[in-house]
Each structure stands twice: as structure tokens, then as C-alpha cells.
Design a binder for this molecule. Structure first.
Ligand SMILES: NC(=O)C1=CN([C@@H]2O[C@H](COP(=O)(O)OP(=O)(O)OC[C@H]3O[C@@H](n4cnc5c(N)ncnc54)[C@H](O)[C@@H]3O)[C@@H](O)[C@H]2O)[C@H](O)CC1
Ligand code: K
Length: 484
């Protein structure tokens, strides 16, 4: 099963792996044609009703694979209104053939005739809301025909994620969906086929730039909606919580509060004017602070806890007591991880151990790549939380899914890079589920490391790297460009 959003991620990851979207469209078109051949014999009449997005583009490609059929392609709208380059290129390629292809400028002129097969390629995963004109009228006309209806990816008007169908949705006999099943198709009264369109396995197995597509923000959002984070850290150390805090800001969070022992509050505050620091009496985190922490954590998108806390018995007891009462979202790192294996909590956790911490938590993961991934998955399942096992390759698992992050470099063994990952992950929890936030964060963190390496080689430090986080999150950042 794959959601429309994740399909977009995987599709962009595939592009980064050298399989461009236009190539996927060619495969999609081929798959649609194969189903048409399956349901209607050669010589049958086939009308492809196409929208202006990539769903229509799939059908422009399909038409070229239907030699031997009486093919007619109808584009709903003007040629100039085709929304994507690849669909436009396929329309142009189609016009070079002698296939009957026409743009229907006025929906009142739409005459579908009486074909044996109708291919519904009006709208796929790009739909928002009920069908609008001219698609609404066209869907009504398609439903009135006796033809066998083959829908491309999803019947137009049906939401591929929820299965919710607009009142005027297309009623399809067959659906050719791509790459993987879609949650919204399972309840349909139609024959649903999943076509392999050549997306490389690595596009799902590994992180990639496609995850950036999940981070776009609502232009009408208000302060706090793009991340309201609490960092709990510091005591014996001050740099770690400062890095997590800055990373959360740099990854897009609107508000980041930092709770730290009073003894280091002033030091922490001097790290930057953006920091909002709350002092907790004493020089290390203690059980007597738990009530205040719970108050501070109320309503936050995520609490990032651990960086620089130290391993004082009282501190670990405080972390344990906090989680026994806390039922929100947290990212747990460094010393706080010691408290996790035997805590009973209703919170949703992302735990980010390095190799040593993973072992201390009780996971004896193998070195061999596939076995290590399986071991981390098993451990996450046992724990009931998301685990990010950091290393030369980060392994992220929620106990079911596993995604591996290969982006980053050995310069990142410098202290503090893990604190940055913690902050980024907490920031992403504002809008993403724990697993997806963790996966996206490992890619952005690794990319920031690569950008820092490019400028300074192995001599970069975590404070250099945290400044690269915003550039790592931009799709147009060129690794070879040093004008940043
Ligand atoms: N890996 C992949 O995901 C692949 C997908 N392919 C195909 O592409 C479509 C999705 O294409 P996209 O361009 O994103 O969207 P659509 O074609 O579904 O529609 C966009 C188009 O429709 C307009 N629109 C939106 N909502 C409505 C509405 N309610 N009524 C009328 N019009 C609407 C919008 O303005 C746009 O112009 C996917 O389903 C696959 O078929 C690939 O080719 C292969 C890889
Ligand atoms: K469709």
C-alpha cells in the first residue's frame, strides 16, 4: 500500500536514481495499453479521455502502444493548458503520429461516440475536491456509455488515499494503478491491477530528496503551526542542547524552547539571541523538575530530550518519571536513551541511538547490512517505538518498515552531529508522523553534512553543519555551488 504523497516521494527518489518521471510515464502508458489489449480484441474502438495533468499524459503514451485498435484521444481543454512538461511532450509526440488526437476546447462539444472501451485518464492522484468542469460532465457521459471503462491509476473523482468518491466520479470496470496498491482502491467494485512501472527498489529502500516534498508549508499558516518544540537537555554539557535547539529552528520550527538546569542557563542563552531558555533549579535534571517539564511540554509538537543531560541517577529517574506521565511526541537521544528500555509510556517516541547506545539499550545488531536492518526492525518492534540506529548508514524502523539513509560522510563522526539530527527530527514532527519525520530528518542531516564537508572537508564541526540545514532542505541547492 502506498499513499499519494509517498508515491510522489518515491517518484522523486527514482528520478535522483536516474529513472526520470517521463520514463515512468512511458511504462505507465504501456501498462494501460496492456490492460486494454486484455479486455478488448484487436480492432476494437478505444477512446482515451484525458485530463491536463500527468494522468492524461499516461494515456497520451498509452495511445502509441495501441496499434491495431481504432484509437481516438480526447484532451479536455486546450493544448496550452497541459500542466506538466512530460505530458506536453507526450502530447506533442502523439500529434506526430497519425493517431486521431483532438483537444476539446468546449465541453459542450464533447461527443464520446459509442466506443468499445473508454480509458478514463482525466484525473489521478492530483485531484482536489469534487470533479469540476469539464471533467464533471465528461465523467457523467462516460458513465452513460455501454463501454468497458479502464481507469488510469484511479477512477477520476475517487481519492486514492481514502476511497472517498465524488458524487460524479467515474464508475470503472478496470483500474490500472502504478507501482503499488492504493488504500482508496480496495473497496471499489472494479478489477484493480497493479502495474510495475520500473521504479527502482532503492527509491523506497533508501532515503532521497523526494522527502523534501513532504516539508512544504501552508502559506496561510501562523506562528507555531510549523513547529513548536521543547528541547530538554544540558547540565554537565551545554553545546549539545544548543545544537539541537538551533537545528530545530534551522529545520523550520517556529518556536523552540529549551529547558536546562539553572547552572548552565546563562551560558546557553549566550549561544544565541534566538534561544528561549528556561532554567530548572540546580545543576542537573532531577525528579523534582518533572511537573514543570510536563507543563512546558503541554501542546508542543515534540519534546527533544537527552542532549547533554548526563547520566546522573537522578537525571535518569527524572526522564523515566517524565515518560511515565507524558503522552505526547518525543525524540529521545543520548543519555536519555538509558531510561527508555524499561519505561512504560503512552508517548510516541523516536529514539536515535548511535551504535554504542543501541547496544546499551539491549539491541545486539549484526554488522552485515541486511541482517543489521532486520535486527533494528525487530528491536523497534519490541520497543514499540521508532528507532533510528545511527551509523555510516542510518537505519530507521518503526518495527515494520525499514528505510536506510546512505547520505552523509565520515566527517560527521565529529561530536554534535547527533544533536542536530535530534533537533531536525523534532521540528519535522510538527507535520509528519514519527517514522516519516525520522526518515526525512536523516536525509536532511546527511545532506547538511555533505554540504559542510564540501566547504571544509573533514575539519567541519557541528556548528558549521547546523548552518547548512536550511540549504539541505532546498531542492535547488547544488553541491558544487560554494556561493552559499
Ligand atoms: N509515480 C507517480 O506518481 C507517477 C504518476 N503518474 C501519473 O500521474 C498522475 C498524477 O498526475 P498529476 O499531474 O499530479 O495530477 P492529475 O493528472 O491527477 O491532475 C492534475 C490536474 O487536475 C486538475 N484538478 C485537480 N483537481 C481537480 C478537480 N477536482 N476537478 C477538475 N480538475 C482538477 C489540476 O488543476 C491539474 O491540472 C498519477 O495519477 C498517474 O496517473 C505517472 O505518469 C507515472 C508515475
Ligand atoms: K483516472
Amino acid at each position: 500500500m502506498i499513499s499519494a504523497k509517498m508515491m510522489g516521494v518515491v517518484d522523486e527518489n527514482a528520478e535522483a536514481l536516474g529513472v526520470p518521471r517521463k520514463q515512468l510515464m512511458e511504462s505507465s502508458g504501456n501498462a494501460v495499453a496492456r490492460v486494454v489489449r486484455d479486455v478488448a480484441e484487436s480492432g476494437s474502438s478505444v477512446t482515451l479521455v484525458c485530463g491536463r495533468g500527468n494522468n492524461g499524459g499516461d494515456a497520451f503514451a498509452a495511445a502509441r502502444f495501441l496499434e491495431g485498435y481504432d484509437v481516438r484521444v480526447l484532451l479536455l481543454g486546450r493544448e496550452e493548458s497541459i500542466t506538466t512538461d512530460i505530458a506536453r511532450e507526450n502530447w506533442a509526440a502523439l500529434k506526430e503520429t497519425d493517431i486521431d488526437a483532438e483537444a476539446v476546447r468546449d465541453s459542450r462539444d464533447l461527443d464520446l461516440g459509442d466506443p468499445d472501451v473508454v480509458v478514463d485518464a482525466m484525473l489521478g492522484t492530483g485531484i482536489t475536491g469534487d470533479l469540476r468542469e469539464p471533467e464533471a460532465t465528461a465523467a457523467g457521459s462516460i458513465n452513460e456509455l455501454d463501454a468497458t471503462v479502464v481507469a488510469v491509476d484511479v477512477p477520476s473523482g475517487v481519492d486514492a488515499d481514502t476511497g472517498e468518491a465524488a458524487g460524479n466520479a467515474v464508475d470503472a470496470d478496470h483500474v490500472v494503478t502504478f507501482h503499488d496498491e492504493k488504500p482508496g482502491l480496495s473497496a471499489l467494485d472494479a478489477d484493480v491491477r497493479v502495474a510495475d512501472i520500473g521504479i527502482p527498489e532503492a527509491a523506497e529502500r533508501f532515503t532521497g530528496p523526494g522527502y523534501l516534498s513532504l516539508l512544504s508549508r501552508d502559506p496561510n499558516s501562523h506562528k507555531g503551526q510549523n513547529g513548536d518544540v521543547l528541547v530538554v537537555g544540558g547540565g554537565p554539557f551545554t553545546g549539545a542542547p544548543a545544537l539541537s535547539t538551533e537545528a530545530a529552528f534551522r529545520a523550520g520550527a517556529d518556536l523552540v524552547n529549551t529547558a536546562t538546569p539553572e547552572s548552565v542557563k546563562t551560558v546557553l542563552q549566550t549561544y544565541g539571541e534566538d534561544l528561549m531558555v528556561r532554567g530548572l533549579p540546580g545543576d542537573h535534571l532531577k525528579p523534582e523538575h518533572v511537573d514543570e517539564l510536563l507543563d512546558l511540554a503541554e501542546g508542543k509538537h515534540a519534546v527533544a530530550i537527552g542532549p547533554g543531560l548526563g547520566t546522573d541517577e537522578e537525571t535518569l529517574a527524572a526522564v523515566r518519571q517524565f515518560f511515565e506521565q507524558f503522552d505526547g511526541n518525543a525524540v529521545v537521544d543520548a543519555d536519555a536513551l538509558h531510561a527508555i528500555p524499561d519505561v512504560d509510556t503512552d508517548a510516541d517516541l523516536v529514539c536515535t541511538p548511535n551504535g554504542h547506545e543501541l547496544e546499551e539499550m539491549g539491541c545486539d545488531a549484526a554488522d552485515e547490512r541486511d541482517q543489521r536492518a532486520e535486527d533494528v526492525r525487530g528491536f523497534a518492534e519490541e520497543l514499540g517505538h521508532v528507532v533510528v540506529a545511527k551509523g555510516p548508514e542510518d537505519i530507521v524502523s518503526d518495527g515494520d518498515r525499514v528505510v536506510v539513509n546512505r547520505v552523509g560522510n565520515s566527517g560527521m563522526t565529529v561530536g554534535g552531529t547527533g544533536d542536530i539530527l535530534t533537533g531536525i527530527t523534532a521540528s519535522f514532527r510538527a507535520t509528519l508522523d514519527p517514522f516519516t519525520a525520522a526518515v526525512a530528518a536523516t536525509w536532511v542531516n546527511g545532506r547538511a553534512g555533505d554540504l559542510a564537508y564540501e566547504k571544509r572537508g573533514n575539519g567541519f564541526v557541528a556548528s558549521d553543519m547546523v548552518e547548512e540545514v536550511p540549504y539541505a532542505m532546498r531542492r535547488d541547492t547544488d553541491l558544487a555551488d560554494d556561493t552559499r
